[in-house]
Design a protein around this ligand. Sequence first.
Ligand SMILES: *Cc1c(COP(=O)(O)O)cnc(C)c1O
Ligand SMILES: [Zn+2]
Length: 419
Amino acid sequence: MRTLGGIELSNHIKGLVCRECGAVYPQKLIFSCEKCFAPLEVQYNFDDIHVTRDEISQRPKSIWRYKELLPLNDYESVVDLGTGLSTLHKAENLGKHLGLSNLYIKDDTVNPTNSFKDRPASVAISKAKEFGAVAVGCPSTGNLAASVAAHAAKAGLPCYIFIPSNTELNKVLQASVYGARIVAVDGTYDQANRLAAQVAQEYGWAFANINLRSYYVEGSKTLAFEVCEQLGWEAPDSIVVPLGSGALFCAIKRGFDQFKRAGLIEDKPTRLYGAQGEGSAPIVDAFKAGWDDILPIEYPDTVAKSLAIGDPGDGYYVLKHLRETGGAAEDVSNHEILDAIKLVAETEGVFTEPAGGVTVAVLKKLAEAGHFKPDEKVVCAVTGSGFKATDTIQNVLVSPPVIKPTLSSFKEQKEASTW
Ligand SMILES: *Cc1c(COP(=O)(O)O)cnc(C)c1O
Ligand SMILES: [Zn+2]
């Protein structure tokens, strides 16, 4: 365990508070508000948080550099694989293509298990360790499985991953290699999710997105912290975020708000834009229809499988933030998603899974519709690596021609093609 050293901060967390009825709870393993079942949020003691830009800049390059704004009391419990401070690319080439002179790509494919899920998983497994949990786990359709399994391995904790039995081989393989116990459930993701909740309850185990959820979601706001720090301690004018359950989107909003509250950035407005795949766009549909609530989709269908959630838990709050910040939401077809994967790879050298294809394609759509000023600072979040979804992506690439190992053979090929 690497030491994070520094200031004693036992007072920086007040406890958990219900988003709806305001009921307050001490820090513990808990599913949701016991009175109204709404989500619980970590409440910080901002009066006791005095960290400065300089102090943060000198700390290790991981999400734990923002420890005063993360929900851990005992920093000895931190489980850190080096997640965070992922590259913020100044996307000059893609920017030219879209008419944006200050476009940035936040590249979370470079995290330890190649997706942004390492952010919430690092916080969840650290918190499980602090609580003295004997086992950890999660239900997952993909990226979270690998992320929780890797952090459990580092923590030396047994790990139970609940996945639908038809989950793609790539994802099962990545989670398995870390030694997790993979429970393949003969049913849908929702059924696997419900079973995982029962198991967590029955055995008192700590599951990342179930009874650790309030802590877990805090990890994702570090993406917003980093963007501000990397832009020279300034929030962007707008940011395009993929929407699955909506948890990442809400965490990013909280991240900007808390950085302002802690005095680390100026109070500048940021417009938040949401991105989904057609066929799995309940939040976009509700936004466009002007509804306050989500109409769930029974069978979500998009190549962006990490975003294929028909009944997004945080959808209601996403709609509020979209409207309050003056942002918007758009969906894109499978074809547009796959084109965008190639576009961002060919212009910026970033290889994304379809979820990143969704944000890039939506960015393009929004730019064409005139949502951005040409010189404003726009950030596009790319949240997972293309290696997660090679089965989908290989369909749009042509196999390389095979030639004889001779110069004449190369010349022949060159003339016969557009090389
Ligand atoms: C989980 C996931 C998302 C969506 O996150 P939510 O918090 O569920 O909205 C986006 N991109 C990738 C790559 C993911 O794995
Ligand atoms: Zn409540």
